[in-house]
Write a protein that binds this ligand. Structure first.
Ligand code: NDP
Length: 314
């Protein structure tokens, strides 16, 4: 099959990918967005977004993402429900193969593949996935109405999820491995003043227990005494951070020690001329939708400049 030639290929469909598409489309780069497995990215599995400028009353993640997508399509972006399975970035045009069997020759690539939720790595976590174990309170909280659940983690996400679940569930344990929360002061206060949330300090999850009906307890080890105990509950929500989605590019592109794509100075340029990175995949620090959107804009502008200075002879 002949490969299709694309001027600007954007991999990923979160705020970074779609914003890059808006700018690239308006600059006549005819961008193609490969959405990946989670169309709209991580924001489609969050609650209300209250801190994205322009939405004074807040907005649902799915709604905001479909609006940004619509805006990208309005200027001619092609959005495809397809995922990259192989990327050869060794020479231009870059060769991309997708799950649907398409082969694309891309004159430039903007990587906006985001980050994914981290898991504890317990055998039992895998066993009970979807049967009491989840990494998304907004997606699955509804199934635990008036039940007892736990959220694992002490960051902003964990606190946000615990707060959300406290409105649905009978009781929420917040399982924190140290004796302090990593979350912002505002989130800490919200959690600590919530009567339905009990923080279990210095607690390490050792095992998720259950039977054919699903999860029925969480085994915790006290990190000071080493003693274990089982807490009865029916749901365990993981909120222990994220990993950048860079497996496809390992060995080809410079990554930092945590696997995030390294970019040069204030630009979105990677070590490969013609390949740019935007959003959570290159941002271990801020990880906010508005920052990702801004970095998508930057990537499209860097890309436009690169293409005009480095045309490929037909
Ligand atoms: P963080 O990396 O900030 O926090 C992860 C938490 O999980 C930490 O408390 C960490 O513990 C704990 N943890 C990690 N691994 C394990 C493990 N194996 N077992 C038990 N606990 C573990 O991730 P978040 O997803 O919470 O936040 C990511 C970024 O996004 C942050 O910058 C945050 O501020 C931001 N954010 C902002 C929001 C907002 O502004 N509305 C909402 C949500 C997130 P320890 O502290 O001991 O390392």
């Amino acid at each position: 099959m002949n490969a299709e030639r694309v001027k600007c290929l954007i991999i990923g469909s979160g705020p970074a990918g779609y914003t890059a598409a808006i700018y690239a489309a308006r600059a006549d780069l005819n961008p193609v967005v490969l959405e990946g497995m989670q169309s709209g990215g991580q924001l489609t599995i969050t609650t209300e977004i209250e801190n994205f400028p322009g939405y004074p009353q807040g907005v649902a993640g799915t709604e905001m993402m479909s609006q940004i997508r619509e805006q990208a399509e309005r200027f001619g972006t092609q959005v495809r429900a397809d995922s990259v399975i192989k990327a050869d970035l060794s020479k231009r045009p870059f060769c991309i193969e997708t799950e649907s069997g398409a082969k694309i020759e891309a004159e430039s690539v903007i990587i906006a593949t985001g980050a994914s939720a981290r898991w504890l790595g317990l055998e039992s976590e895998r066993e009970f996935m979807g049967q009491g174990v989840s990494a998304c309170a907004t997606c699955d909280g509804f199934f635990y109405k008036n039940e007892v659940v736990a959220v694992i983690g002490g960051g902003d996400t964990a606190c946000e999820e615990a707060d959300y679940l406290s409105k649905i569930c009978k009781k929420v344990y917040l399982v924190v491995r140290r004796n302090e929360l990593r979350a912002s002061k505002a989130m800490q206060e919200r959690v600590l003043s919530n009567e339905k949330i009990e923080v279990l300090w210095n607690s390490k999850p050792n095992e998720i227990l259950g039977d054919i009906n699903g999860v029925n307890a969480l085994r915790l080890e006290d990190s000071i005494s080493g003693l274990t105990r089982d807490v009865e509950l029916t749901g365990v929500f993981l909120a222990i951070g994220h990993n950048p989605n860079t497996d496809l590019f390992k060995g080809q592109i410079d990554l930092d020690s945590h696997g995030y794509i390294e970019t040069q100075g204030k630009t979105s340029k990677t070590n490969i001329p013609g390949v740019f990175a935007a959003g959570d995949v290159m941002d271990p620090l801020y990880r906010q939708a508005i920052v990702a959107a801004g970095s998508g804009c930057r990537a499209a502008m860097d890309c436009e400049r690169f293409l005009s200075e480095n045309p490929i002879a037909e």
